[in-house]
Design a protein around this ligand. Structure first.
Ligand code: HEM
Ligand SMILES: CC(C)=CCC/C(C)=C/CC/C(C)=C/COP(=O)(O)OP(=O)(O)O
Length: 299
């Protein structure tokens, strides 16, 4: 009995620490960095870069997410969506979480330095600091444009993957970063409309709180149009082929449809459904890039 309770306890601790890393968000980021890596070279990516490069990026992203939990613990405790988080409820102490974050970041940086190249390590460190310090520490509480500027850190993984595989920055991965950069506002503001009251309660200046729902919906619509245009660019610059073009058009048209439905206010739950669709959109778009790349190579 005592062992069972002990086991359950250690499982709960393990789960708390995993939650600090925002695992689902990091998994989607890893898919984008993997695609960045695969698209970078025709010759194939060495397995050490594939495994330790992505692990290094994931550890740094997870470390940044753990810092976000520490800095935001008081506002997380106020919002229904986040009040059960490990630091908000006091199950993990800020000192323990910061030590954990530092360990992840150091391990991640070491992996990138040993198995990839210094440029990948520097760019990953910049993304880590961009999210953990600039977005979380300053922008989030300062301006409703917080997620637009802070979105750059979350958009970086395809570039990190590309640089890990090649050692240099080029136009193609920057285009992939631009796609995620344009995707972030509709992704987040849809959720922010759904959770508007909570952000207001926590005194966080998210766009629906500061400028109202109507203004936010117009901006979601505009960014979705920009996203649709930018998502066609890989075909335009001949980085991707027809399979990608068709997928980008279909996925983008559906995103636009959600943005219009949200704007018109004709359907209940439109905001949360737009948010959920945004995640499927990004996942499927990057899978389309990958499938298109390998089908083109095999022709
Ligand atoms: C500054 C940029 C971003 C902001 C402000 C943001 C905001 C959020 C928020 C607040 C949630 C939580 C929803 C909830 O708890 O129900 C969320 C969920 C999610 N985000 Fe983002 N996000 C950003 C960038 C990204 C990026 C770059 C990715 C991946 C490439 C991503 C992938 C996801 C995924 C997969 C979820 C679902 C997580 C789950 O179900 O637990 N986000 N995002
Ligand atoms: C090295 C690298 C690639 C770093 C990227 C780090 C990273 C995990 C970015 C995630 C973006 C994100 C989920 C923002 C939401 O934060 P929030 O505080 O607004 O949302 P919350 O209220 O759910 O905590």
């Amino acid at each position: 009995m005592a062992t069972l309770t002990g086991e359950r306890h250690s499982q709960a601790i393990w789960r708390d620490y995993l939650e600090l890393t925002k695992p689902k968000v990091v998994v989607l980021m890893l898919i984008t960095s993997l695609v960045g890596m695969f698209l970078a070279t025709r010759a194939g990516v060495p397995w050490t870069v594939l495994v330790f490069g992505n692990l290094g990026i994931a550890l740094c992203a997870g470390g940044a997410a753990a810092v976000n939990h520490v800095v935001d613990r008081r506002i997380d405790a106020v919002m229904a969506r986040t009040h059960k988080r490990p630091l908000a409820e006091g199950r993990v102490s800020p000192a323990a979480a910061l030590t954990f974050a530092l360990a992840l970041a150091v391990a991640g940086q070491a992996m990138l330095l040993v198995f990839t190249n210094p440029l990948t390590a520097w760019l990953t460190l910049a993304s880590l600091l961009g999210y953990a310090v600039i977005y979380t520490g300053f922008l989030k509480r300062a301006t409703p444009q917080n997620i637009v500027i802070g979105g750059l850190a979350g958009a970086a993984p395809p570039l990190l993957g590309w640089v890990a595989a090649t050692g240099h920055v080029s136009a193609e991965p920057l285009l992939l970063v631009l796609i995620i950069f344009a995707w972030t506002p509709p992704h987040f503001w849809a959720l922010a409309i759904h959770r508007k009251e909570e952000y207001a309660k926590a005194d966080i200046p998210m766009l629906p709180v500061t400028h109202g729902e109507h203004y936010t919906k117009i901006h979601i619509l505009l960014y979705t149009l920009v996203l649709l245009a930018v998502s066609l660019m890989p075909f335009v610059i001949q980085m991707s082929g027809l399979i990608y073009l068709v997928c980008a058009l279909v996925l983008g048209a559906r995103f636009l449809q959600w943005a219009v439905v949200l704007y018109r206010g004709s359907r209940p739950h439109a905001a949360i459904n737009t948010f959920k669709y945004s995640i499927w959109y990004l996942f499927l778009l990057f899978i389309a890039l990958l499938v298109d790349h390998y089908l083109l190579l095999s022709l």
